[in-house]
Design a protein around this ligand. Sequence first.
Ligand code: IMP
Length: 187
Amino acid sequence: MRADQIIERILVDRETLHRRLAELAQAISSDYEGKDLVLVCVLKGGVTFLTDLMRQLTILHEVDFLAISSYGIGQRDSSGAVRLIMDLKADIAGRDVLIVEDIVDTGQTMDYLLRLFQAREPASLGVCTLLNKPSRRLVEVPLDYIGFDIPDEFVLGYGLDFDEKYRNLPYVAVLKKEYFDGLPDET
Ligand code: IMP
């Protein structure tokens, strides 16, 4: 189905995304100047945000990726567990790690990631999320950089999928309610 058929409205347009990313990149570049920064990105949703953000950083850094599956977690069901399906390549012990995520919803995924990485004893561990849904939080997680606080609605685009598609949209949009009801159980 075409994107315009399932979208209710655009929530964050590309100019607003671009402006906010520049601000975030400036803050991160200043905070991590002279540090051994590793940006850690969660596949697949965080990739668009990461690649745009890193191109605006003015400091040296590395990037690494991990993949997780989050059964029953997400907008519709918060009762599931997170499982690691691909680990980082890098050894993060003693390094300055910044997790780059697309969205923090219930907080369960971020809670899992923070515990996983903290056990590896990085020099520091921070979180940068493009989107934050504070009204949905079940687990409190510290967020160091937030792009946008958004309301409790299902969003897609700019890396975020609806049924694995629409990640390529250059903006963040709200899904029409009628399609939200038809989402499968697994995110
Ligand atoms: P958590 O509930 O904070 O653990 O979020 C789990 C995952 O659900 C996120 O990483 C996203 O992949 C997904 N998710 C949550 N809200 C949305 C949304 O509005 N659109 C697309 N994916 C979402």
